[in-house]
Write a protein that binds this ligand. Structure first.
Ligand code: SF4
Ligand code: SF4
Length: 475
């Protein structure tokens, strides 16, 4: 007899109750109390914190030629980067810079996975700083858990108030430093002290401060899990040879709470310290998870445990899927970094960086736009001379004053009938009308190509040439 049962015939008059299930797009936050971790990678993380924050907080205070060295002056539409002054016309350089940053991140992710997330991302860096403050005030992991469970006492209130006050202070200073990249920071500080801060500056200081306080103090891993777009798309840059934080299943399992010296058992003694140190609260032993930011806190923690039980380090380590699967040696893993994909990415990056560097280094800090006065076509003057009128838009994008000589060429007898010199202060622009004359028997009727040339009198290497059209009217 066949096992196949006839389909169940339902009476449509008696409809089946639909079954509903709730799919949660967002899991409400559970408090995570990461345990303090020390070790090789923790030292590197702190080095990154110091380096990035010294740069971020320090750069607005650097001076260059009597001005702030790095200033994005949006009101004047000028970007100062040490000796370079970029104008809106130089937007291409900023675009190239952004492309380089994005491309470097892609290359870096292909080689080393989420190393950026775990070590240098602002979210990680500020969370690290905020957690340090928290530990200093509220104590170790167990003390913090105990404190959060206990009733509100004066001691608890004062600890919480102190922690939030310091967090807010750091956040506020971060907001001020951020706005200091767009408004001269010394002026900003004066305005803050004299309570004369403009509404926009006040808004951005508070906005950035609150974002820092909220993200690093309250939301923490939620930002990485739900808000960061990079976390979502970076896996497409991973391949089997990308370095990731991995748990060596073959060596670790079967895990046991007893001892790793028992030859029947794996090396993992199931102490759960790797989970306790994880800032996103995951268990790396469950395999690669998108919540893992690659901070290597679990690597340091497990290495400490391995040291204590006398087992070799590296049960959790930076490795690749290929290496774990095929039991590759460290040398083989290192060799796999220089695979063709990485070499091609690197070559492209070197080309973009070189082109940008050459362009920036050979950039002439002088610009000239020629606009022919369309209101007055070429006209013949009484003396048998043809006159065309132009507007020269001159931009001195250097920081020093210069006197420029204006020359015109391209036709016999061509000459200026306007002052042939102009002085322009540094980082300014000026539009001047110029009249150009050509004897009526030179040039052809209609359009003739001519060139305007600007040359700094004190530095002839500082010159630009711009094409224009000279119109000779038809008889
Ligand atoms: S720290 Fe190491 S030994 Fe302890 S549970 Fe994690 S993987 Fe196992
Ligand atoms: S699993 Fe390890 S590397 Fe990943 S976030 Fe947690 S502690 Fe960091």
């Amino acid at each position: 007899m066949s096992d196949i049962q006839p389909p169940e015939i339902r009476d449509h008059a008696d409809p089946v109750e639909p079954q509903y299930a709730t799919i949660k797009m967002y899991a409400s936050r559970e408090d995570i109390y990461p345990r303090e971790v020390t070790g090789f990678f923790a030292n590197w993380r702190w080095a990154c914190v110091w380096l990035t924050q010294l740069v971020f907080y320090g750069v607005p205070w650097l001076a260059w030629n009597d001005r702030q060295a790095v200033l994005f002056d949006l009101a004047a539409r000028k970007f100062y980067l040490f000796g370079i002054v970029l104008w809106p016309q130089d937007f291409i350089y900023l675009t190239a810079l952004l492309i380089i940053c994005a491309y470097s991140l892609f290359l870096f992710t292909t080689v080393a996975g989420r190393l950026w997330c775990g070590f240098a991302c602002p979210q990680t860096v500020y969370t690290e700083i905020f957690m340090w403050v928290e530990r200093k005030i509220e104590g170790s992991r167990s003390a913090r858990i105990k404190l959060s469970k206990q009733n509100w006492t004066l001691a608890k209130v004062s600890k919480k108030c102190a922690k939030h006050a310091i967090w807010l202070g750091i956040a506020l200073w971060t907001g001020i430093s951020f706005v200091g990249y767009f408004t001269p920071i010394k002026t900003l500080m004066q305005e803050i002290l004299l309570v004369t801060l403009g509404p926009w500056e006040l808004f951005w200081v508070l906005f950035y401060a609150l974002a820092t306080y909220g993200n690093a103090g309250w939301m923490r891993e939620q930002v990485c899990k739900y808000m960061c777009p990079y976390a979502r798309f970076q896996s497409v840059m991973f391949d089997q040879d990308t370095l990731i934080v991995t748990y060596d299943q073959q060596r670790g399992e079967p895990r046991s709470t007893k001892t790793a010296k028992n030859p029947v058992l794996g090396s993992c003694i199931d102490c759960s310290i790797c989970v306790q140190v994880c800032p996103t609260g995951i268990d790396i032993r469950d395999g690669l998870q998108y919540e893992c930011i690659g901070c290597a806190a679990c690597v340091d923690a497990c290495d400490t445990v391995m040291d204590k039980i006398g087992a070799p380090k590296g049960l959790i380590r930076f490795s690749t899927a290929n290496a774990i699967k095929n039991n590759l040696s460290e040398q083989q893993v290192l060799k796999s970094i220089f695979r063709s994909r990485v070499l091609i990415y690197s070559a492209i990056l070197v080309v973009i960086v070189s082109v940008l560097a050459i362009n920036l280094l050979t950039r002439v800090p002088l610009k000239l736009d020629v606009i022919r006065d369309r209101g007055s076509m070429g006209r013949e003057l009484n003396e048998g001379v043809i006159e065309n009128v132009y507007k020269l838009q001159i931009m001195n994008t250097a920081e020093a004053n210069h006197i420029y000589r204006i020359k015109v060429s391209g036709l016999d007898s061509i000459r200026l009938d306007s002052p042939d010199q102009i002085e322009l202060p540094g980082a300014t622009t000026k539009a001047i009308p110029v009249r150009v004359h050509v004897d009526h028997d030179h040039g052809k009727q209609g359009s003739n190509k001519i060139w305007f040339q600007l040359e700094a009198i004190d530095n002839p290497a500082l010159q630009v040439k711009e094409k224009a059209v000279f119109i000779i009217p038809h008889n």
